[in-house]
Design a protein around this ligand. Structure first.
Ligand SMILES: Cc1cc2nc3c(=O)[nH]c(=O)nc-3n(C[C@H](O)[C@H](O)[C@H](O)COP(=O)(O)OP(=O)(O)OC[C@H]3O[C@@H](n4cnc5c(N)ncnc54)[C@H](O)[C@@H]3O)c2cc1C
Length: 422
């Protein structure tokens, strides 16, 4: 019988590893709790009514249809028995000869229970659709709200976290409201709308050069986003956000983009973890004492290179390739290879015609960076159909100042409607 390589997680790292094993003398089983691969960098566009969820996701079976040694299993992995080489899942046990764990990350609320309960996150498709429903519902409610204070709270949107997700979300939200919703809700006064981007540190986009952080903040201000540095959120009760300074910001919406940590499975493994619950791995991405197990992507913490390796798609993709290469070598009686990261640069967009980029040590901003951002994201999207639809949507929105997906598919944010303290 051929050896079985099980890959857990069909995200950037897991999918790339499964693909890179296509010619290996082994069978490959990809296991995920969802049946699709999700392009997370464009989730914020689903949340701001620019794209449909299915335009940024593709069924795993369709992606790897042509790969003969490949199969997929829809299951949630709950634990690993490393001694018996067996996964525990909600669909029963799955044995393996080699294992690649690529379970990604989850939101990190830093023990702020109220934010976890009432805030909105952006990690998956349901999160993005929930934000879209909630924002549009706030406008529907606001237009019939006679009380000025309550109306302003409905139209105040607090985005927490000045990393790429927070910056992109705040910029896109501002454009949705000021370029599109303004035409749908003519009776509403734009002066009642407030978008705040709260960052606890002293600058946005901490991983980028300082010049780009300043450019991003200036662009956001021009788009009427109130950017606040040193603003630490300590609570949110669905009617107001509280800051460490004591300031209270009346708002019905708080979008939490302030932190991530390894997905819960990492903690359940019972192996040494490091910063943000990521699993400590050897320089070859293998688990110490278990050379048949590799941990990659957001779930992995590489001691040799420390916390400097960001939780980003290129890291996960390159780790997936390295882990697959090592397994091919192990199957042939060779040794695993160490992981070396090649930084392709970083990009963040701040809306129409605006982005910041650092590529091969060169920093640039504005329209050129935005064009690079568009091209890179289109190329990376999986599937020709998705690329075509996304390009068409982007072109339409660009020329007609529109957002096609302004649908409220669940009438209101359930946690707000049911649990608002009276
Ligand atoms: C909103 C947002 C925007 C981002 N923007 C960018 C960007 O612009 N550029 C960039 O480089 N990076 C960006 N990132 C980060 C990037 O998406 C991650 O670094 C990357 O996805 C990590 O890849 P991964 O393979 O480790 O995990 P993921 O791609 O997250 O995949 C993990 C997979 O594991 C599955 N899974 C998890 N737990 C289990 C379990 N117990 N059982 C079964 N399956 C499980 C999940 O369903 C998922 O499919 C963004 C992330 C988010 C959330």
């Amino acid at each position: 019988m051929r050896p079985l390589v099980v890959v857990v997680g069909a995200g950037f790292g897991g999918l790339r590893a499964a693909r890179a094993l296509r010619r290996a003398p082994a069978d490959v089983l990809l296991v995920d709790r969802h049946n699709y691969h999700l392009f997370q960098p464009l989730l914020y566009q689903v949340a701001t009514a620019g794209l449909e969820p299915e335009e940024i996701a593709k069924p795993v079976r369709a992606v790897l249809r042509g790969q003969r040694n490949f199969d997929f299993r829809l299951a949630q992995v709950t634990g690993v028995d490393f001694a018996a080489r067996r996964l525990a899942t909600d669909e029963g046990p799955i044995g393996y000869d080699y294992l690649i764990l690529a379970t990604g990350a989850a939101a990190n609320f830093f023990r702020l229970k109220s934010v976890e309960q009432f805030g909105l996150t952006l990690k998956d498709i349901p999160d993005a659709v929930r934000i879209r429903n909630h924002v549009l519902s706030c406008f529907e409610e606001a237009i019939f709200e006679p009380d000025a204070e309550r109306r302003r709270a409905l139209l105040t949107f607090v985005v927490v976290g000045g990393g790429p997700t927070g910056v992109e979300m705040a910029g896109a939200l501002s454009e949705l409201i000021r370029l599109v919703l303004v035409k749908d809700y003519r009776r509403l006064d734009l002066k009642d709308v407030r978008i705040l981007l709260l960052e606890a540190g002293n600058r946005l986009l901490a991983g980028f050069p300082e010049r780009l952080s300043e450019a991003a903040a200036n662009t956001l201000w021009r788009k009427h986003v109130e950017v606040r540095h040193g603003a630490l959120v300590t609570g949110f009760d669905a009617t107001a956000a509280t800051l460490k300074s004591g300031e209270i910001v009346p708002a019905r919406t708080l979008i939490w983009a302030a932190g991530v940590q390894a997905a819960p499975l990492a903690e359940a493994l019972g192996v040494p973890t490091a910063h943000l619950g990521r699993v400590k791995v050897e320089p070859t991405l293998q688990l110490a004492g278990h050379p048949e197990v590799f941990v990659i992507g957001d779930a992995a913490y590489l001691d040799a290179q420390g916390p400097s390796l960001p939780m980003m798609a290129p890291v996960a993709i390159q780790m997936g390739e390295t882990a697959a290469r090592s397994i091919r070598r192990l199957l042939a009686g060779g040794a695993a290879v160490p992981f070396v990261y090649k930084d392709p640069g970083t990009l963040a967009t701040i809306g129409r015609n605006a982005a910041v980029a650092r590529i091969r040590g060169v920093s640039f901003t504005g329209f050129p960076a935005w064009v690079v951002w568009l091209v890179v994201h289109l190329i990376q999207l999986i599937g020709f159909r998705n690329r075509l639809f996304v390009l068409t949507n982007w072109a339409w929105d660009y020329f007609f100042y529109d957002r096609a997906v302004r649908l409220i598919t669940e009438p209101t944010h359930p946690r707000v409607s049911q649990e608002v303290p009276s």
